[in-house]
Design a protein around this ligand. Structure first.
Ligand SMILES: Nc1ncnc2c1ncn2[C@@H]1O[C@H](COP(=O)(O)OP(=O)(O)O)[C@@H](O)[C@H]1O
Ligand SMILES: [Mg+2]
Length: 350
């Protein structure tokens, strides 16, 4: 592990990278497979590249089952990877348990979708936050220092005055307040990166914006690198600097959020945007996670050959079912790419 950089680190410094990240889950074999010697696996994540920088939010967008949570869990080192690399400040890291895992967690924290499930109902907010501070050595050396640290955490997530919340149990708080506690607990580790897996999907529409604004404020004040996972591409535009679109375990498009959401290139991204009911959906979100075409995401045990989207794609060409598309630069907006043969200029020139 590399040493922790100082707080004056440049804003665009790379914190965490996925390079060719791949995860295949073995499928329990049926009896007949034992004889055919087949080794099936769910191809949940294939060859994913992702870069998280300080002071930036990257949105990872895709419909349910596309592999988003698996990417987050791999980055959090909760699963071993099948292939590829995870680099923390440029150093390849693979940790399983014990002290190395705790050191990694101190720098890369996860926030889950369901704040009720992630807080233990028998313990108070004070208990949850104290534990986080102590595990990561941020509790100070006296009771007064601990109390001060607890207050600071609650103030950071705008649960004020802190004394009103410290001795409450999770069930005494609203969903939004619980998610704020879960975020405060993550901050207790003083992390550099937050992996937020659908952090607002289970909350009432009316409070989603408040939580996203809090995360944005933390990004700016604490110079955090944030991965924001969502099936809601409209919120990515609002909240994220960069947007990456994932389909059936593969990245299909990426670039700055404004470009990807306003000028989407990949037919799948277009479908996602068309199926979003209202561009200002943060105030009127429906939870529709799937585009309204008649297609369905493919089996990840035997994913389609070539481009995984080709069976659903309105623009599919013959080569799309045979050749795996490579990322291709789109137009002249820097950093905008799509893995789609429509943008193969050699092909277009023919
Ligand atoms: N622990 C697991 N074992 C087997 N398959 C899994 C496991 N976790 C996820 N999967 C499968 O991997 C695919 C991607 O899942 P997931 O990463 O949860 O997608 P998303 O978060 O985008 O909805 C799905 O087909 C899912 O069924
Ligand atoms: Mg998920």
């Amino acid at each position: 592990m590399t040493s922790i950089p100082d707080a004056k680190a440049p804003a665009d410094e790379v914190v965490l990278e996925a390079i060719g990240l791949t995860k295949h889950f073995p499928v329990r074999r049926r009896l007949r497979d034992l004889f055919s010697n087949r080794h099936d696996a769910v191809h949940a994540v294939d060859d994913v590249n992702l870069t998280l920088r300080r002071g930036q939010v990257v949105a990872l967008v895709g419909e349910s089952g596309s592999g988003k949570s698996t990417v987050a869990r791999l980055l959090a080192q909760l699963y071993p990877r099948t292939g590829g690399d995870i680099r923390l400040h440029g150093a390849s890291t693979r940790v399983k348990a014990g002290a190395a895992f705790r050191r990694y967690c101190a720098r890369v924290q996860m926030i889950f979708q369901d704040p009720f499930a992630s807080l233990n109902p028998v313990h108070t907010i004070r208990y949850h936050l104290t534990r986080s501070l102590k595990v990561h050595g941020n509790a100070g050396s006296t009771d007064a220092e601990l109390e001060q640290a607890l207050h600071t955490l609650l103030e950071r997530v705008a649960l004020t005055p802190p004394e009103r919340y410290l001795d409450k149990f999770p069930h005494e708080l609203s969903g939004g307040q619980r998610q704020r506690v879960a975020i405060a607990r993550a901050l207790g580790a003083e992390p550099e990166a937050l992996l937020a897996d659908e952090p607002v999907s289970m909350l009432d529409v009316s409070i989603r914006l408040g939580i996203l604004n809090l995360l944005r404020d933390l990004k700016e004040r604490l110079n955090l690198a944030i991965l924001y996972i969502t099936h809601d591409i409209a919120s990515a535009r609002y909240f994220a600097d960069q947007t990456m679109v994932m389909y059936a375990g593969r990245m299909v498009e990426g670039g700055d959020s404004e470009t990807v959401t306003q000028s989407p290139a990949h037919p799948y991204t277009r479908l996602l945007i068309e199926s979003a009911p209202d561009p200002d959906r943060l105030t009127g979100v429906s939870d529709a996670a799937s585009p309204k075409d008649n297609g369905e995401p493919p089996s990840l045990i035997r994913p389609p050959s070539g481009c995984r989207f080709h069976p659903r794609c309105p623009s599919a060409m013959p080569r799309c079912s045979t050749d795996l598309p490579v990322p291709l630069q789109i137009g002249d907006s820097p950093g905008h790419w799509a893995a789609c043969w429509l943008y193969d200029t050699e092909e277009v020139a023919k």
